[in-house]
Write a protein that binds this ligand. Structure first.
Ligand code: PLP
Length: 631
């Protein structure tokens, strides 16, 4: 449990039971589900890994938590306004996720945020009643604005956040044309710099927002067109996953000043929208390191409420209702990706037993001497020797002076020396700087049946870290240091950086593979990862199951819904290949081979069937029993 940090990053939702199984406590109370039980049930339904498991109760729990911490902060601070949060659809657009959030947010009037026209279409249709907000961000064409006004006609509180000055001209023209009174917000380009991987969302070079002069021009335009009463909100967004609470305090202070100034200019206002940015502590270190955060959700709410109040009191402006657009913090914890390890690649073992070339080259003898010279030479000296001699062996090979047998022997000896040094380091504990990389070099590769590009895009694109841990065997001491590689034919398709309390770790300790499936969980993947994935190598969407707590069930859960991952035929159609056309082309070639007697007719039919069946198959590696695979 300690080793993988379940308690640290799990935030009361993830743990390990006495028998070494990873568990989830969706509501943070004593009710637990063994994650491997869900995997087994899904496999029984024909849905094998890779799969996404969504714990719907955990999702609801996060919605309540967010709303409750703001309600508590408002009460404690005796704040006169309300909290009116919205969920940004971009963070996870899946209908079942959005529906669950809307349902869970009913008592809190929790609304939706859209960042594009398609997202606004979801928001308008899924949104209930007229009490919840719909906030419209992103680039907007006329149709986007028409849809927002449609929402207004239905009595919904749809707020168009002006991100570019030109949008305001369109809004003014459409309002005049349709006679619908829009609700308008301004997105301010704050000077407060964000922090972390998504810091460029604000500042002079940010893509979005109005600078101070533009805000003043926008105010003049509103007044000139007699739409002053429509300005209701100031918005900012300093980037996702803000690790440091000080950044948030500063941004809120700056935005509150904007709010107060606009209020004093006579606009009705009423809402201050603090955007997203509320973090997730992916490594559990509670620091301002970029995968973490140095504050809690409750502290976030308290700081926002108290900072806004302080500024408004100083400016003698009535405090606004507070809107936030937290996405990551609401959805990240509810989903995890389950992958199965299908193979272990060990550099030294893959080179086989120690080879003795028929005619041993001097460079091989020299490496042997380094290996045997342990008592005389220090670790670092042996490492330098080995690196230099390996390089020499490769140049000798390139020049034609070393045969394959001797090259293989040289490679084996190099890795043996590295292993010997690594063992000594483990015993002494002291690691000279240059040898830091050694464990990384020596780490095994565990091949996992998934695609980083489909399921963990932010890890590949931005080096974002996610907790990785086995779902079982957690009472057994792990003995293999490994990195994870996926099944795409891309060397970037791997996870080779892992969470650690102190720093990033270059490998994760795992268990040796046996003859039963070995499953790993990649946790906290419910935000952004599902939707941003791409089809590299035509690996498509993974299987998915949606799990609910169930008191009457023996295992304490039931799978309410399952979504089958993409079939080969489906991903083919995405890139314009029609399944029937592909089959016709194959049939033509098989028929021709049969006519030429290259194939027997019966064999031809069998091969065509194989091809056709594959169109219905999933895109990931098949599910033949692990024990029958060659080790
Ligand atoms: N609001 C806006 C305008 C955004 O651009 C984003 C995403 O970056 C969010 C809200 C959601 O942010 P987060 O996931 O950090 O809560």
């Amino acid at each position: 449990e300690e080793l993988y940090g379940f308690k640290r990053w799990g935030d009361g939702h993830f743990a390990v039971d006495n028998e070494g199984f990873a568990t989830v406590q969706p509501l943070g109370d004593e009710r637990k589900i063994r994650i491997l039980d869900v995997v087994r049930e899904a496999v029984g339904m024909g849905l094998s890994a890779p799969m996404v498991i969504r714990f719907q109760d955990l999702l609801r729990n996060r919605v309540s938590q967010l709303n409750e911490v703001f309600a508590k902060a408002i009460k404690e601070e005796d704040y006169p306004g309300r909290y009116r949060g919205v969920f940004p659809i971009k963070v996870n657009q899946l209908r079942e996720v959005v529906e669950e959030i809307i349902e869970a947010g009913r008592d809190f009037d929790y609304g939706l945020e859209a960042g594009s026209r398609p997202e606004l279409m979801i928001a308008l249709a899924m949104h209930e009643g007229t009490k919840r907000l719909i906030i419209c961000n992103g680039y907007k064409d006329l149709d986007y604005l028409r849809l927002a006004l449609l929402g207004r006609k239905l009595g919904k509180q749809v707020i168009i956040v002006v991100e570019q000055l030109s949008e305001l001209d369109d809004i003014i023209a459409l309002a005049a044309e349709t006679g619908v009174e829009p609700m308008i917000g301004f997105r301010a380009k704050l000077q407060t710099r964000g922090e972390g991987k998504w810091a460029t969302s604000t500042g002079d070079n940010a893509k979005f927002g109005l600078n101070t002069a533009e805000i003043l021009s926008a105010c003049e335009k509103l007044k000139a067109s007699k739409l002053s009463d429509c300005l209701r909100l100031v918005h900012f967004h300093i980037g996702s996953q803000v690790p440091n609470i000080l950044t948030i305090k500063n941004a809120v202070t700056e935005a509150s000043r904007f709010y107060c100034q606009l209020h004093k200019m006579g606009f009705p206002m009423g809402l201050l929208d603090v955007g997203g940015g509320l973090g997730i502590d992916y490594d559990g270190s509670r620091t301002n390191f970029e995968s973490s955060m140095n504050y809690t959700m409750a502290e976030y709410a308290r700081d926002i409420v108290s900072n806004i109040r302080e500024i408004c009191t100083a400016e003698a402006v009535p405090p606004p209702d507070i809107v936030s657009e937290s996405g990551r913090a609401v959805v990240a914890p509810h989903a995890l990706l389950v992958v199965e390890v299908v193979e272990r690649i060990n550099k030294r073992e893959s080179l086989g037993k120690h080879r003795q070339p028929a005619e041993k080259h001097a460079i091989v003898s020299s490496l042997e001497a380094t290996l045997q010279n342990r008592p005389r030479l220090g670790k670092l000296e042996r490492f330098h020797d080995a690196v230099q001699k390996k390089a020499e062996a490769f140049s000798l090979f390139n020049l034609g002076y070393l045969d394959l047998e001797n090259r293989a022997a040289a490679e084996q000896l190099f890795w043996q020396i590295c292993e010997q040094i690594a063992k000594e380091i483990k015993k002494t504990g002291y690691v000279p700087e240059e040898l830091h990389e050694l464990n990384k070099l020596l780490a095994d590769q565990y091949v996992c049946n998934f695609s980083v590009f489909q399921s963990l895009l932010d890890h590949w694109a931005l080096g974002q870290l996610f907790p990785v841990a086995p779902l079982h065997r957690l009472t057994e001491k792990p003995s293999v240091d490994a990195i994870l590689v996926d099944i795409t034919c891309d060397s970037d398709g791997k996870i080779s950086r892992f969470i650690d309390l102190q720093d990033v770790q270059d490998y994760v300790p795992l268990h040796p593979l046996g003859n039963k499936p070995y499953y790993l969980g990649i946790f906290l993947t419910g935000a952004y990862q599902d939707i941003m994935g791409d089809m590299h190598n035509l690996f498509g969407r993974v299987n998915e199951v949606h799990v609910f707590l169930e008191d009457d069930e023996e295992d304490g859960f039931y799978i309410e819904e399952s979504i089958s991952g993409s079939s080969v035929g489906e991903v083919m159609e995405d890139v314009q290949y029609q399944q029937a056309d592909l089959c016709r082309r194959m049939k033509r070639q098989i028929d021709s081979a049969t006519r030429k007697d290259v194939l027997k007719p019966r064999e031809g039919i069998r091969l065509l069937e194989l091809y056709e069946r594959q169109l219905r198959n999933k895109t990931y590696l098949g599910t033949e029993p692990f024990s029958t695979r060659p080790k």
